[in-house]
Every structure is written in C-alpha cells, then in structure tokens.
Design a protein around this ligand. Structure first.
Ligand code: ZN
Ligand code: ZN
Length: 139
C-alpha cells in the first residue's frame, strides 16, 4: 500500500478525526513534504475531505485534514450537531431520515441501494400501522 493510499484509508476509517501532516507522515512512513503533497491532493479533489485547525491525534493547533461523511439524501456534510442516523452503512441526517420515512412523496435518492429502500419502506409501514419510528440513536 502506498503512503497516499494508506493516509486516505486512515482518514476514511475514522470519520471526524483530524490528522495533521506530521502525524500522517509518521504513521505512513513517509516524509513530511511528501505527506503535504498527499493531503493537498486530497483536499484539492474536494470530495469529503476538509481542512481543520486542530489535530485529533497530537492535539496541536495545526492545519489538519479530516474526513466527514455526507448525508446520502441531501449530500450535505454531517455536522457535529447532527451526526445522523446510520442506516445499513449509509448515513442520513436525522431530519432527512425523518423526511424520508414520513413523506411518501419524496422520491428516494438513486444512490441508495435496495436494502436501504427496503428499510425505509419497512419504517413507513411501521408508522402507518401506528407504531413509533426508530428512536434517535444518540442524544
Ligand atoms: Zn498531529
Ligand atoms: Zn441530509
């Protein structure tokens, strides 16, 4: 595995955990200047990588990089105040999930796989039959 692939994987494995270039260089076994290029490349490509100002690992106030997942429904990043609901490996904002399970007119996102659709259909059926929707996982 190349340092670039390893760095990417480390960030993907820990959404919300920021890592600075020195920490990443250390764990990936590469030089600081190489790691700077790698993280700059990740940030340039946009996607779900974001710059932040503190490293979760060494706690220093430095430029660090963090991976934050997006909501499958609205494609907006999940924020700390709404970590979202994990539905079969896919993250939704709590408010988006509520929208999906309570509003029949919303067309399901094409990016959702069949299993997620089934889960949503099940939830809708539960709501129709008078039972409560699943509770918010963490509050
Ligand atoms: Zn660090
Ligand atoms: Zn959303």
């Amino acid at each position: 595995m190349t340092p670039a692939a390893l760095a990417r994987q480390l960030l993907l494995d820990a959404p919300g955990d920021a890592l600075c270039d020195p920490c990443l260089a250390l764990v990936c076994g590469t030089t600081l200047s190489d790691m700077r290029e790698i993280t700059t490349g990740l940030l340039d490509r946009g996607l779900d990588f974001h710059p932040t100002s503190i490293c979760t690992s060494c706690r220093r106030r430095v430029v660090a990089i963090v991976y934050r997942t997006k909501c499958v429904h609205c494609s907006q990043p999940l924020a700390d105040d709404d970590p979202g609901s994990l539905v079969d490996g896919e993250r939704f904002h709590f408010r988006c999930w509520r929208l999906l399970v309570t509003d029949d007119t919303i067309r399901l996102s094409r990016t959702m796989n069949r299993r997620s659709r089934e889960l949503i259909e099940q939830s809708r059926r539960r709501i129709r039959s008078g039972r409560r929707p699943p509770p918010r996982p963490s509050d």
